[in-house]
Design a protein around this ligand. Structure first.
Ligand SMILES: CC(C)(COP(=O)(O)OP(=O)(O)OC[C@H]1O[C@@H](n2cnc3c(N)ncnc32)[C@H](O)[C@@H]1OP(=O)(O)O)[C@@H](O)C(=O)NCCC(=O)NCCS
Length: 411
């Protein structure tokens, strides 16, 4: 470990860096991915572990903008392309790169870092907590009937050439009001969301697009693929795979789902990333036909600057709490803080003079509560928050939000 150097790569080393990322993620180098990485990561946003001249570990930071409760947005460090070669595993390289990565993010002024994790037992030790969950759904499209009370209208197909201009505005509005969603710039739209990579299709079609037109313009859209198939007895048994359904109106949402579940020949509808709470099953007469096939951890949040993070989000309940944050990975963030919420607006600062905190909370648990979807009482049952029953009730009421956070973009 001592002869391993950790530093950003140079321009000349970038080719080796992208090759190392592919190797670390168990795939061959794809030129198109290397070009995207080149656009996404200026060299100063990379970190690599060098064994001599050879890159044996990779790390990257993305400048992202996250919605937090109360329609507020905050800059966040996106932690990504985390790999260590199998030859150098469990020697502490991830730990060392994470240490530098979080310090650099803090120095750059980010109050939060966030990531999607390949495994749920890696990142808690670095202070990341599970802030959003998502669901996978298997919908029996041919079986569901929308209730009479649900208004359903026609939707409109749009072409790949015009889709971006048709859907960006409604996405932006929905993202602004949904904690856990990210603002999208040109790069995110073109290199990620709309990039229609052949190897992701697995026999399905290219992306198809529909929009719903509301009174003031497009108020919802769906991106999906279709795959034709037949049952053994010759009946059409194709599948619609949802890439994204975004809607800001009830009629828009219902109209999109009605369309997606009634495509002749495709009775199976698969959703990989649906919100934890979603009105779809309330809209149909057989909610059991909207089966939840998985619930999984989605966006993990690491609070780097407690005072800024807690002063940025809004709260649905006023109150005041003095709490001690435990942070073994970044002890400089640990200490006693006071959060006061008046009219939903929080003010948080260090309060080390307060010898008696109402609560003790690990920074991982704070990340889990930050976007409003966590449950302080469950964390207390697990010993990850410690305080009196009254303080725990106050914590839960202050941090929990009616709106469930949802993160629909894996980075
Ligand atoms: C995950 C990965 C980056 C870990 O790198 P590493 O250098 O071996 O990790 P470290 O040696 O620094 O380990 C740091 C700590 O995390 C733990 N850890 C690391 N990988 C883990 C894993 N996959 N599962 C559980 N714990 C893990 C280690 O046991 C160690 O714990 P400790 O410090 O509390 O004793 C590496 O295994 C890898 O490249 N995997 C394939 C790509 C991948 O999945 N990347 C993550 C994308 S989100």
């Amino acid at each position: 470990m001592s002869d391993i150097e950790i530093r950003p790569v140079t321009e000349a080393e970038f080719g080796n860096f992208t090759a190392a990322i592919s190797e670390g993620f168990s795939s061959d180098l794809r030129e198109v991915i290397a070009e995207r990485d080149r656009r996404a990561f200026p060299v100063e946003r990379t970190l690599a572990a060098f064994d001599g001249a050879t890159i044996v570990g990779t790390f990257g930071g993305l400048d992202l903008t996250l919605t937090v409760p109360g329609e507020q947005q905050i800059a966040i460090e996106g932690t990504t392309i985390v790999t260590v070669f199998p030859t150098h595993r469990r020697m502490g390289l991830l730990r060392s790169m994470m240490d530098q990565h979080l310090e650099l993010a803090y120095q750059r002024g980010d109050a939060l870092a966030g990531l999607w994790s390949s495994s749920s037992d890696i990142y808690g030790r670095f202070g990341y907590g599970i802030a959003t969950h998502s669901r996978s759904l298997a919908i029996e499209g041919s079986q569901i009937i929308f209730r009479d009370s649900v208004a359903v209208e026609r939707v409109r197909r749009v072409s790949p050439e015009t889709v971006e201009s048709e859907i960006r505005d409604v996405y932006g509005r929905v993202a602004l009001r949904t904690p856990g969603m990210f603002a999208r710039d040109d790069l995110i739209w073109r290199d990620h969301v709309l990039a229609d990579d052949e190897w992701k299709r697995e026999g399905s079609t290219t992306h198809r697009f529909v929009v719903h037109d509301g009174p003031k313009g497009v108020d919802g859209y769906a991106i999906y693929r279709q795959k034709a198939s037949e049952s053994n007895d010759g009946h059409p048994n194709g599948t619609v795979s949802i890439v994204e359904v975004i809607a800001e109106s009830a009629v828009g949402r219902a109209s999109l789902w009605a369309y997606l579940t009634r495509i002749d020949g495709c009775p199976n509808v698969r959703v990989g990333n649906a919100p934890l709470v979603d009105p779809l099953s309330a809209m149909v007469t057989q909610p059991r036909r909207v089966a939840v096939t998985a619930v999984y951890d989605a966006l993990w949040i690491r609070v780097l600057d407690v005072a800024t993070a807690l002063s940025t989000r809004r709260y649905e309940t006023d109150g005041s709490l003095v709490f001690e944050v435990l942070d073994s990975f970044r002890p400089e963030s640990a200490g006693i803080y006071r959060l006061t919420v008046e009219g939903g607006i929080g003010t948080c600062g260090r309060s080390d003079a307060d010898a008696n905190a109402d609560l003790r909370i690990d920074v991982e648990a704070l990340g889990a509560l930050y976007l409003g979807g966590g449950n302080a009482n469950h964390l207390a049952d697990a010993g990850r928050v410690v305080g009196s029953a009254e303080a725990l009730r106050t914590l839960h009421r202050m941090f929990h939000t009616d709106e469930q956070p949802w993160c629909n973009w894996v980075f």
